[in-house]
Design a protein around this ligand. Structure first.
Ligand code: ADP
Ligand code: ZN
Ligand code: ZN
Length: 667
């Protein structure tokens, strides 16, 4: 018996070079021998450190030579498995697909195992069961989805806001609950407000809902995680990371507003997209993935082909879609109107105020001025870390870098030529607020002024601020709301008589293959805020590019026309879905060093000569210097049909490279 040794294979929960093995073998000390099982957490010596690892398998070895030189495992860190077989399979797939080390992927899937899990105490709502009957479209959608339960199908449900998608989800969820299955509902980060959860809670009871919002404390998240694992709360609602919930009997994954950018983790590894991970998870569990959206991503719509389920009308058929007027701001200039508001927008604001309607003014940019320039020498204030223009913030009375958050004092003289003629260019939400107050003051004279609120990242940073805005708005205490895309999401607001899009062009000119798509989606969503009560409302869209097809499509709420044009562009310029992209980033505090690394990598990749693969770069990143580091990109582009194995291709690159598979943007 002494010839047998028990060993375990462990995945260290840390970053490990892709070219090395991702699983390491350890000796099991005698007292721990019967306690170990795959999926458990252990402490292991790793290099000079002691870290957590996940047990992948336990084995017996006969020959002393096989175990010679192995280090013993340090301790057990969990008494039961923390990762299911299914989620381990998911992690394996993710690591390969996104070219990330396996241990790092698993780490991203697990909660922090703090000492004392704590019930976050979700508040309940009065139960509500609707008494309406489904529309024909809804009935067809429900029966189509119900037929696909038990298969790993991906289903796209395309319908504008108010067309009854959520009701379809709930009908299917009812069936799943009856069958004791679990459902994961992924929602955009912003929608995770109480209002969004409320509807599910009213229908199914809060005790059936597990909420995994990003505002939970570690102890609360662990508590929810345990509830899910014990199958006590079958309806799991959360942002992208909820796709890793420890489910045991998954029956359906729903992803609402599938196109939303928050579904992609772009700022740290693993840089996954929840849609792709959910697709894999649905395959693993043989359960459908249901994508719901008014403006699906072009890639999703393309792959859905003819099988798209449609809810083509708003439920309240008598409420038409808001009328969208496009205002050519070049003409306003020519007519010597230099205000940020067109004459049309000004007169609509006055009219809607008179009739007691609420107004939204949208601009996708915070701050007062987007850059600060000396009139005499042209000097522009930039961030020392990032070399991007600084944004003027009135309320904080400073200049702020929107990339690294560094603050600078307002310049009184030009740092370059000492001139005092410093001018602020470009507009943000703060500037809209200032201009609006000026306009209202002169327009309304001594009449009482309407209550104006500004909602953006700066004004909602305090805890509870979000909710307060919402309540004041719903109660009609705020007449005009100025805001960034934050106001376009999550709220089911009615009575909006007017949505003014102050500038439709903020995303349009970014040199990126998705800028038309993002423009269309963002503006359509904001425009959809108008007229959800009894009257269709009005949208005024101000732009310097009235002929752009994305903007024209917003005018007629016309996804199909937008899509047909966009998919042609993608085909012509060889972008997804026709190709797959990988973005490599090389960064260093020294520009030459970053560039040299990128160059070496590019040479190597070109030398590998994979067929069907294009290698572009190195090119400087759109923001060359970020947080003190210079950045260069290499873009890999492969025909979708070529099935290039990026993992094998990239595993030997230097440790410093950052890999982003299926990047949402090339900036
Ligand atoms: P979406 O999720 O597409 O925005 P919802 O499912 O929220 O649409 O439906 C919009 C509104 O219409 C909700 O208030 C919902 O309760 C109601 N509703 C949904 N289906 C019906 C129906 N068949 N008959 C009447 N009202 C409905
Ligand atoms: Zn100057
Ligand atoms: Zn900066």
């Amino acid at each position: 018996m002494s010839n047998f040794k028990r060993v375990i294979n462990v995945i260290p929960l840390t970053s490990v070079s892709l070219s090395s093995t991702q699983i390491f073998t350890y000796l099991v000390p005698l007292p721990m021998q019967d306690l170990l099982a795959p999926g458990m957490l252990v402490r292991i010596p790793f290099g000079s450190r002691q870290i957590h690892g996940l047990v992948s398998s336990v084995e017996m070895h006969r020959l002393p030579s096989e175990v010679r030189g192995l280090k013993p495992l340090e301790a057990l860190a969990s008494s039961t498995p923390v990762l299911s077989e299914q989620n381990l399979a998911l992690a394996n797939w993710m690591a390969r697909y996104y070219c990330v080390s396996l241990g790092l992927t698993i780490k991203a899937m697990l909660p922090k195992f703090v000492k004392r899990p704590k019930d976050p105490g979700l508040v309940g709502y009065e139960n509500f069961n609707p008494d309406f009957i489904l529309t024909d479209y809804q009935r067809q959608a429900v029966s189509h989805i119900a037929n696909l339960l038990g298969t790993g199908a991906t289903i796209l449900l395309n319908g504008i806001t108010g067309s009854g998608k959520t009701e379809v989800y709930m009908q299917i969820i009812e069936r799943l609950l009856a069958a004791k299955a679990q459902v994961i509902i992924l929602v955009p980060e912003f929608s995770l407000t109480a209002q969004a959860v409320e509807r599910f809670a009213r229908r199914f009871g809060i005790e059936n809902i597990a909420l995994l919002g990003s505002n939970l404390k570690d102890s609360e998240r662990l508590w929810m995680w345990q509830e899910i694992r014990e199958e006590r709360r079958p309806i799991i609602i959360g942002p992208r990371s909820a796709v890793f919930a420890p489910v045991r009997n998954l029956g359906l994954i729903i992803m609402d507003e599938e196109h939303d950018p928050s579904f992609k983790q772009y700022d740290q590894q693993p840089k996954y997209h929840a849609r792709e991970v959910a697709r894999k998870l649905s395959e693993i569990w043989s359960c459908p993935l249901l994508l719901g959206d008014a403006t699906p991503s072009v890639t999703t719509y393309f792959s859905a082909g003819n099988s798209v389920l449609r809810l083509p009308h708003r439920i309240m058929a008598d409420v038409g879609l808001p009328k969208v007027r496009i205002i050519d701001m070049r003409r306003e200039m020519a007519a010597r109107n230099f205000s940020i508001f067109s004459e049309a927008l000004k007169s609509e604001i006055v009219m809607k105020l008179k009739s007691g309607k609420q107004i939204i003014l949208f601009l996708n940019r915070r701050g007062a001025a987007t850059f600060v320039m000396c009139r005499d020498c042209g000097f522009v204030s930039v961030c020392r870390n990032c070399e991007v223009p600084l944004v003027h913030h009135l309320s904080a009375k400073n200049l702020l870098c929107h990339h690294c958050g560094k603050k600078y004092p307002l310049p009184t003289v030009c740092p370059s030529c000492a001139s005092k003629r410093i001018k602020y260019f470009g507009i943000g939400t703060e500037a809209v607020e200032t201009e609006l107050n000026k306009f209202l003051g002169s327009e309304l004279g001594d009449k009482p002024l309407p209550v104006v609120a500004r909602m953006d990242r700066d004004s909602t940073s305090a805890p509870g601020a979000h909710r307060e805005f919402y309540e004041n708005w719903v109660e009609g205490k705020i007449q005009i709301m100025i805001g960034t895309q934050m106001i376009g999401k999550g709220w089911d607001v009615s009575r909006v008589g007017l949505v003014g899009i102050v500038s439709a062009d903020t995303i349009l000119h970014l040199p990126d293959f998705r800028s038309n798509e993002r423009t269309f989606q963002t503006l359509t969503q904001v425009a959809g805020r108008a007229g959800r009560g009894a009257d269709p409302g009005m949208v005024i869209l101000q732009t310097y590019n009235p002929d752009n097809y994305a903007i024209q499509a917003v005018r007629f709420h016309d996804y199909e026309t937008f899509y047909l044009r966009e998919i042609n562009e993608r085909r012509k310029f060889r972008y997804p879905p026709f190709t797959r992209l990988v973005k490599l980033t090389f960064a260093d505090t020294k520009m030459e060093k970053a560039l040299r690394q990128a160059d070496t990598a590019a040479q190597r990749l070109k030398h590998a000569g994979e067929s069907g693969l294009e290698i572009a770069g190195p090119v400087p990143a759109f923001i060359l210097k970020l947080r003190g580091r210079y950045r260069f990109h290499i873009i890999l582009r492969a025909n979708s049909s070529a099935h290039v194995d990026f993992y094998s291709l990239l595993q030997d690159l230097s440790a410093g490279v950052d890999i982003d598979v299926d990047p949402e943007t090339l900036l």
